[in-house]
Ligand binder design. Structure first.
Ligand code: FES
Length: 153
């Protein structure tokens, strides 16, 4: 399988790895088929994502996708951030093999889940958006108990 230079760069040198302290939103999603898990934490100021971190227990493409998503949404409004879809991420990464496109769904869904968590926490449930793979979203409390020692990110 051939990966672009950008995918390799974000895989080998992922950006914004870790977990923010006292995040304003937490999103975690898992892919039922491959078992990969992605968790994102965000800080929000004046409706903009001012900081974002990720932890990914998953394949190389999922790690590259996570890293790219964090770069793409930093500084964006929440409404702008949730409009980013898997194709946008794949294009930004210089393309992904067809078999790995679902990995970018995981990235955009983890981000959407974190924004949804923020909207729920702040009494704006009407803004909550659908995930690409809705059934995979996990509650943030359940999420915090997850991600063990094998996590990459
Ligand atoms: Fe599961 Fe990539 S193979 S996210």
């Amino acid at each position: 399988m051939n990966y672009s230079d950008k995918v390799m760069d974000h895989f080998i040198n992922p950006r914004n790895v870790g977990e923010l302290e006292n995040p304003d939103g937490v999103g975690q999603v898992g892919n039922v088929n491959c078992g990969d898990i992605m968790r994102m934490t965000i800080k929000v100021v004046d409706n903009r994502i001012t900081d974002i971190n990720f932890k990914t227990f998953g394949c190389g493409a999922a790690i590259a996708v996570s890293s790219m998503v964090t770069e793409m949404v930093k500084g964006k409004t929440l409404e702008e951030a949730v409009l980013i879809n898997r194709d946008d991420v794949a294009v930004a990464l210089g393309g992904l093999p067809d078999k790995k496109l679902h990995c970018s769904n995981l990235g955009t869904d983890a981000l959407k889940a974190a924004v949804n968590d923020f909207w729920r926490r702040t009494g704006q449930p009407q803004k909550v958006v659908k995930l690409e793979d809705e059934h995979l979203e996990q509650e943030s409390e359940e999420a915090s108990a997850c991600c063990g020692s094998n996590e990459r990110g």
